[in-house]
Design a protein around this ligand. Structure first.
Ligand code: MG
Length: 158
């Protein structure tokens, strides 16, 4: 077994779609980034790379490289999963914590869970999604950013 942790933060601005865990969420603002800025899938990809000892997404998908502009988080995650499989690992489970003052994420958690499970090719019971507000303090609490932490467990294929 191997464990990995991932984190990501993106600024919340007007005129961008909000995509979290591969789910498009109706909101007046979205996350700024070179790619689709899906903090959940980015943190998940980093957790997978960490558990497999493969570095981070910045090394594999540099944001200075135009080929990754607007990159879909699901595509990034699929690519990372391919690297992890090649090393002989499969996903055991993952635990996701999203920090967002708004919008309210509770209604979206079931779909995010299903979408993440599909992307990871695991049962939805192996995916847990939590949502926390920023208690109206700091950049999260002021609604300036959304961040995400993920812990993932990998199991050796056999
Ligand atoms: Mg990111």
């Amino acid at each position: 077994m191997r464990v990995g942790i991932g984190h990501d933060t993106h600024r919340l601005i007007e005129g961008r779609p909000l995509i979290l865990g591969g789910v498009r969420i109706e909101h007046a603002r979205g996350l700024l980034g070179h790619s689709d800025a899906d903090v959940v899938l980015h943190a998940l990809a980093d957790a997978l790379l960490g558990a497999a000892g493969l570095g981070d997404i910045g090394e594999h998908f540099p944001d200075t490289d135009p080929q990754w502009e607007g990159l879909d988080g699901g595509k990034l995650l699929a690519d990372v999963l391919g690297l992890v499989y090649r090393e002989g690992w499969i996903v055991g489970n993952c635990d996701v914590v999203i920090h967002a003052q708004e919008p309210k994420l509770t209604p979206h958690k079931p779909l995010m869970r299903t979408r993440i499970a599909d992307l990871l090719r695991v049962d939805p019971t192996a995916v847990n999604v939590k949502a926390k507000t920023g208690e109206r303090v700091g950049p999260i609490g002021r609604g300036e950013a959304i961040s995400c932490e993920v812990v993932v467990l990998l199991l050796k294929k056999d």
